[in-house]
Design a protein around this ligand. Structure first.
Ligand code: AQP
Length: 332
């Protein structure tokens, strides 16, 4: 079986619809066909300041949401990044292989540090993509299921894997991004020119899966569309409507063309009302299942402990090989 690896930050509390449709949904599907490793990336979370108590609670909450979304610990390895110290240990080596200019070109860092003010951004935020390189290479992952915003980081991972292999001999699998075209980028409901994101979206444009279903339905019904009334998938000229059609189609399995036909001659109101209902049907059981996992922290923690053990056995082997190749003297 080919291997996949991906991670999600525990920072925001609730996952948003972009996280789910862009990434987590694919994780659930891939556990059936691949040797799948998924993690809650708490090391990445502290690249911006976190309250320790909240970070701990949000880490469990992220794991609970992943299980509620359909990850099955019998079918995949689910763990917390900081439980596997090899991530930080390989990241150091990767830091030393990365050019300063190369790291400076990462657009996510540029965007995020611009928002915080360049002087306030941490060095951790700057090197975060390199930690991500280590995350992926440790597991010799063939594919990395993510949203479009992560493509550049996967490119960096490929470059560094090739650089290491070229300099020290074949060590790492060179991974490919696994990005589904349809859901690569879910847009903000109020501003369909920007991606839905926990930091850039306004509360009305961001669908948090754990919000009150009623509030979510309201956000869908007040999504920005356009002044035309035709329901047609055309991301260039009708980004708002197209985004709604993508979400609708992915959640129900109905094709976009089918939906265009179903709503032909009807206004945007009908589409939005129905999508609001589809969304409520999706988030209601998701919230309940998440709560069930949270109510039983012992089971949750034991799932994560087993996952970490399995992840560590893979990561330790890769790290040992990489350290040997670099020329570190083995500890006796
Ligand atoms: N709008 C999106 N459309 C498709 N995929 C998305 N992802 C995030 N937003 C969208 C994908 O979700 C996965 C987890 O991302 P993350 O750990 O970076 O989560 P986040 O920090 O909560 O995501 P945000 O909202 O994108 O954060 P900020 O505000 O920091 O920019 C990734 O695979 C990502 O591609």
């Amino acid at each position: 079986r080919a291997r996949v690896l991906s991670g999600i930050q525990p920072t925001a509390g609730s996952f948003h619809l972009g996280n789910y449709l862009g990434a987590v949904r694919q994780w659930v599907a891939l556990q059936e066909t691949h040797d799948a490793f998924y993690m809650v990336v708490d090391l990445h979370a502290i690249t911006v300041p976190q309250d320790p108590k909240e970070l701990r609670a949000n880490t469990r909450l992220a794991a609970a949401q992943l299980l509620a979304a359909g990850l099955d610990p019998e079918r995949c390895t689910l763990f917390v990044q900081s439980h596997v110290p090899e991530h930080a240990q390989l990241a150091w080596v990767m830091n030393c292989l990365t050019g300063f200019g190369e790291a400076s070109r990462m657009t996510q860092f540029k965007d995020k540090s611009a928002k915080q003010g360049a002087d306030r951004a941490s060095v951790g935020l700057f090197t975060y993509p390199i930690l991500q390189v280590a995350d992926i290479l440790l597991y010799q992952a063939h594919e990395v299921p993510v949203g479009e915003d992560q493509r550049q980081h996967i490119e960096l991972t490929r470059d560094l894997a090739e650089r290491f292999n070229g300099r020290f001999g074949a060590t790492f699998t060179v991974p490919k991004p696994y990005i589904l075209k349809e859901t690569a980028k879910i847009y903000d409901l109020q501003d369909p020119a920007i991606k839905m994101s926990k930091s850039a979206s306004t509360p009305k444009g961001l669908i948090n899966l754990l919000d009150e279903p009623k509030a979510t339905a309201k956000k869908v019904r007040s999504a920005v569309t356009d002044t035309d009334t035709v329901i047609r998938f055309d991301p260039e000229t009708k980004p708002g409507v197209s985004n709604l059609l993508t979400v609708y189609s992915t959640l129900t399995g109905e094709g976009v063309a089918e939906l265009e036909e179903k709503y032909a001659g009807q206004g945007y109101g009908a589409l939005k009302t129905d999508l609001a209902e589809v969304m409520v049907e999706f988030v209601t059981p998701f919230r309940e299942r998440t709560q069930q996992y949270l109510d039983d922290p012992e089971t949750l923690d034991s799932i994560l402990a087993k996952g970490a053990e399995k992840a560590r056995s893979v990561a330790a082997e890769t790290l040992a090989r990489a350290y040997d190749r670099v020329g570190f003297l083995p500890a006796k």
